[in-house]
Every structure is written in structure tokens, then in C-alpha cells.
Ligand binder design. Structure first.
Ligand SMILES: Cc1cc2nc3c(=O)[nH]c(=O)nc-3n(C[C@H](O)[C@H](O)[C@H](O)COP(=O)(O)O)c2cc1C
Length: 245
């Protein structure tokens, strides 16, 4: 049986496949939420799932801000709206290449719904991460330069900022995916968003997040208004490059 067959059977709920496959293949970004509160115990389970994710060197420097207070949510609503409006005026103005216009229209309608009902969001989770100051000695740097070579070392110097941002993100997003899957598994709706980064300083100030802490997502969570269904993704055969590109 090839991978394609295995995956499609799993998404159809084949009893021989782990239930996780059915969860993954139906984990859509769900932006329409009911206003009913989500019990703290369930939110703790989501954070537990996130914490089970890996981090580089198992450093576990993550922190999660979980907002459930309607007053705080109402304070955040104007910030959320500014970010959504900025997105819809630029990147979000047109359907991404290859995406059906009608499908994109439905997504924008859901984004606008979420924007207009943000104050009623039952819970918002903001994953944060901060690397410690690196401990590198002169001798270590010398060995680093020997291993990478002069050109590689110079290139690393040029991409250091990107490297660090990716490295920190890589310590957070596996946990975020765990959180999203756990939400789906519990019947909760959630969606990963990152547009708060356009006003990250304002979000941090509003939530008292320390200046030197980085935020990586803002994830609204609640009970779904819509139904879950299979995700629409490119076929495996189209994205795989076996042995080399
Ligand atoms: C890195 C990343 C950033 C995203 N940022 C946003 C965002 O800022 N706002 C939003 O509404 N959705 C955001 N999404 C959700 C995607 O739009 C969504 O997963 C994608 O359209 C597929 O939809 P589906 O999961 O419902 O199939 C983001 C997803 C990823 C992986």
C-alpha cells in the first residue's frame, strides 16, 4: 500500500489507522466560535499537549498566555481588528495563487466574522518563547569556524537574525500543532494566526508580556459554530521529491 492510499484511508476513518490520522486530516482552521466559555481544565489540556512538543535542546523556554476574561478580550478586540484590516488591505486582498476564488471568499467571510465577534472569543492562547543568552567561548567559536569554513561562517553571520527567528519558532510551532490537534480531538475549534505580529509591541503591552519575550501566535479557541470536514491539501505525490529534488 502506498502512502497516498494509507492517508486517504486514514482520513476516511479506517479502523486500522491511528485515530490521530482522522484528527489531522479534519483539523481545519475554525474561525466561527460559539461564545460559551471553555472550561479551564480543557484549556490546561491544550497547554499540556503543547508542552509535550519538542524544543531545541529540550530547553522548554516557552510560556503560554491564556486569556479568558471577557474584559481583557474586549480590550484586545480593537488590536485584533487593526491587524485583520491591515492584512485584508494587503496580502489578504486577493486569493493566493492556485486557490479557488469562491473558497477564498468563504475564508475572508470567516475572517471578517471572527474580527467582528472577537470580543466574544471564549479563549485566546498566545505562545511565547525566549532563548537564553548563548554561552560560547573563544575556543568554541574557533572550532565553529573550522567546521563551517570561512564562507559558511560569513554566510551564517549574514543570516544570523533569520536563523535565530527560525530556531525559536521551531521550538514553539511543534507545540502549537500539538495544541491545535488536541483542540480538534476535544471537539474544540481553534486557528493559528500570526498577524498580531504586525502590532506585537502593542499586544505585549496590553497583556503585560515582558519586552524581551517573543510571541509566536495568537490562537482563538472555542466551541465550533460550523462542522469539521476534510482539509483541502495538495496530493502527496505532487509534493514529494524522492532522494533529490
Ligand atoms: C504560519 C501560519 C500563519 C497563519 N496565520 C494566520 C492568520 O494570521 N490569520 C488567520 O486567520 N489564519 C492564519 N493561518 C491559518 C491558515 O490561513 C489556514 O491554516 C489555511 O488557510 C488552511 O486552512 P484550513 O486549515 O482550514 O484548511 C495561519 C496558518 C499558518 C500555518
Amino acid at each position: 500500500m502506498n502512502t497516498q492510499a494509507t492517508l486517504s484511508e486514514a482520513s476516511a476513518g479506517d479502523a486500522t489507522e491511528p485515530a490521530l490520522f482522522a484528527t489531522m486530516s479534519t483539523m481545519r482552521a475554525m474561525r466561527r466560535l460559539q461564545p460559551d466559555p471553555v472550561p479551564d481544565e480543557l484549556l490546561d489540556q491544550l497547554i499540556q499537549a503543547a508542552v509535550w512538543g519538542p524544543s531545541g535542546g529540550n530547553m522548554q523556554r516557552y510560556e503560554y498566555v491564556v486569556v479568558t476574561d471577557p474584559e481583557v478580550m474586549a480590550e484586545l478586540a480593537p488590536l485584533w481588528k487593526r491587524c485583520v484590516d491591515a492584512y485584508l488591505a494587503t496580502t489578504g486582498k486577493y486569493a493566493p495563487v492556485g486557490m479557488d476564488e469562491a473558497a477564498y471568499g468563504r475564508m475572508v467571510a470567516a475572517i471578517e466574522y471572527q474580527r467582528d465577534h472577537f470580543a466574544e472569543t471564549p479563549a485566546l492562547i498566545i505562545p511565547c518563547y525566549r532563548f537564553p543568552e548563548p554561552r560560547i567561548e573563544e575556543e568554541g567559536l574557533q572550532r565553529y569556524a573550522e567546521a563551517l569554513g570561512a564562507e559558511g561562517t560569513a554566510r551564517m553571520g549574514r543570516i544570523q537574525e533569520r536563523f535565530s527567528a527560525l530556531a525559536e519558532g521551531s521550538c514553539v510551532y511543534p507545540g502549537v500543532q500539538n495544541l491545535l490537534l488536541a483542540a480538534r480531538g476535544l471537539g474544540l475549534a481553534a486557528n493559528i494566526t500570526i498577524w498580531h505580529l504586525m502590532l506585537e509591541e502593542e499586544w505585549k503591552a496590553a497583556l503585560g508580556i515582558p519586552e524581551d519575550m517573543n510571541t509566536f501566535a495568537a490562537i482563538p479557541v472555542g466551541w465550533p459554530r460550523g462542522n469539521f470536514g476534510p482539509v483541502s491539501r495538495r496530493p502527496v505525490a505532487e509534493v514529494v521529491h524522492r532522494n533529490r529534488w
